[in-house]
Design a protein around this ligand. Structure first.
Ligand code: ADP
Ligand code: MG
Length: 301
């Protein structure tokens, strides 16, 4: 009867928009006790918009200059921040500068750099750009207070030219529908919940508060390799971990988790690394997947 029950479970999952890659996954899911969420694109919608452009005082660059340089680097990038910057440039009618062919390099979870009109440009998180910038870092306007709104999430990216900080861009993303009710239901059912993100702590904590994940369970500023290491650390502490993510930067963590779960709207690298894909791209489907696994294995045992 066991294989039949697993088959039934898997096909019931399919009917509810869950791609479950094999019967042993339902069994692993039935034993999970901790749910670790990525932030950008998982707890948030992952389609940020540029809401402010902030040149450093006396840097001599305008808002349009900053946007034009940023768009030159982001042209080929698939990161949600890149889409936001490209969209802002086109909606404001700012033509992107042109990056020297072959010069643009991405660092997953860090930013993007390249040569534009004879200058070396870096764009990304403050920590990452600061490694490229020797001057002007101290002139960066105070990092924005992260939004404490329950529906929006803010972050900021920084741009340096030839080692000098020129300014930043503020991006605003929306918290996903049903994020807080999903987290609360998981907690009510006894699951430990945590957040794992490459973004800075202030943005991470604001989203965690909006969705009800305790501050102490927020891991921010984590590099893609570090995401996998953190999942392994939780496992070493005896936890059975389901990791939920959407990005290239989540792929290795999804692969090492007891159950990797990918948002259906995420990148291919994430869904390929995951054991379960939420084809409907909706957070409450996590509850369905866990419930189904428990039902299936209750019947068998
Ligand atoms: P998350 O874990 O929340 O999905 P990422 O690991 O993808 O976030 O990115 C972490 C941080 O690195 C971003 O908040 C941003 O500051 C910077 N970053 C990554 N990729 C880019 C990019 N293409 N352009 C600008 N900044 C980037
Ligand atoms: Mg993400």
């Amino acid at each position: 009867a066991a294989p039949t029950a697993v088959l039934v479970g898997t096909s019931q999952g399919a009917r509810r928009g869950l791609l479950i890659r094999g019967g042993d996954i339902l069994e692993a899911a039935s034993k999970v006790d901790s749910i670790v969420f990525d932030k950008t694109g998982t707890l948030t919608v992952g389609r940020p918009e540029v809401t402010d452009i902030r040149p450093v005082l006396l840097s001599g660059v305008s808002q349009s200059d900053l946007l034009s340089l940023a768009a030159a680097l982001e042209r080929e990038s698939t990161h949600p921040i890149a889409s936001a910057i490209n969209a802002a440039a086109s909606s404001k009618g700012v033509p992107p500068a042109v990056a020297e062919p072959g010069s643009v390099q991405h660092e997953i979870g860090g930013g993007v750099s390249g040569r534009v009109s004879g200058h070396s440009i870096a764009l990304g998180s403050l920590a990452w750009v600061s490694k490229h910038a020797q001057q002007g870092v101290s002139e960066v306007p105070e990092q924005l207070e992260a939004a404490s709104s329950s529906t929006h999430s803010q972050t900021e990216v920084f741009l340096a030219r030839d080692g000098q900080m020129l300014g930043s861009m503020v991006l605003c993303d929306r918290v996903r529908e049903h994020a807080s009710s999903t987290v609360r239901k998981l907690q009510d059912r006894g699951y430990h919940t945590a957040m794992l993100t490459g973004d800075v702590r202030s943005s991470a904590v604001a989203v965690a508060q909006a969705v009800g994940i305790p501050k102490r369970d927020v891991y921010a500023g984590v590099k893609p390799g570090g995401k996998a290491a953190l999942v392994q650390q939780l496992q070493a502490g005896g936890r059975r971990v389901a990791m939920i993510g959407d990005g290239i930067n989540d792929a290795s963590a999804l692969a090492v988790a007891d159950v990797g779960i990918a948002m259906g709207g995420g990148v291919d690298a994430a869904s390929e690394a995951a054991a379960v894909v939420l084809l409907g791209d909706r957070l409450p489907q996590v509850l369905d997947a866990l419930y189904l696994s428990k039902q299936t294995f209750r019947k068998i045992q």
